[in-house]
Design a protein around this ligand. Structure first.
Ligand SMILES: [Zn+2]
Length: 168
């Protein structure tokens, strides 16, 4: 069976569109927490938020357009939910925008935990350490790439010199 959101993109499943740009399509959620909830999907299958650098302009464009409409239409707040992996219902990037109004009765209704300082410190250290390691890996990759480009530049100059040598 084809992915549901790909079927939407291929027009095999009809949706009530509200906005689209080069990389995203936004439409009315048929199974919302509150009416007016909007689903936003990528126009490419299975795209992770982690790879969003190239799409970020289009992503913020679609969010901004819909949030602006929410506010113009009398909503006074919203939730932006991004779901991936075990948090997601679909294996195709999507997020939902939930419009909110004071006293609209919506609630996530989850029992909140109360962490102690040791627990918070452990989480903080773990994530900070991981971010540092990721930055180190990214820095090493960047250096490797620059080094490779340098070698390619030298090769290009060498080929150019070879070429002009052959010109009588
Ligand atoms: Zn898909």
């Amino acid at each position: 069976m084809e992915c549901f959101f790909c079927e939407v993109l291929n027009k095999k499943v009809g949706v009530f569109e509200v906005y689209e740009n080069e990389n995203f399509l936004a439409f009315v959620d048929a199974f919302p927490f509150v009416p007016g909830q909007i689903v936003i999907i990528t126009k490419k299958h299975s795209f992770s938020f982690i790879n969003f650098e190239i799409f970020s302009k289009d992503f913020f464009d679609v969010i901004k357009k819909i949030v602006t409409s929410f506010l113009n239409l009398g909503y006074d707040g919203y939730h932006l939910l991004i779901n991936e992996g075990s948090a997601a219902t679909f294996d195709h990037f999507y997020c939902i925008l939930i419009p909110r109004k004071k006293d609209d009765g919506f609630s996530f209704n989850l029992k909140k935990l109360n962490l102690n300082e040791k627990q918070m410190s452990e989480i903080s250290e773990l994530i900070k350490k991981n971010i540092k390691e990721e930055e180190k890996v990214a820095e090493e990759k960047k250096e490797e790439k620059e080094e490779k480009e340098k070698v390619e530049d030298v090769e290009e100059v060498r080929r150019f010199l070879e070429k002009i040598k052959r010109i009588p």
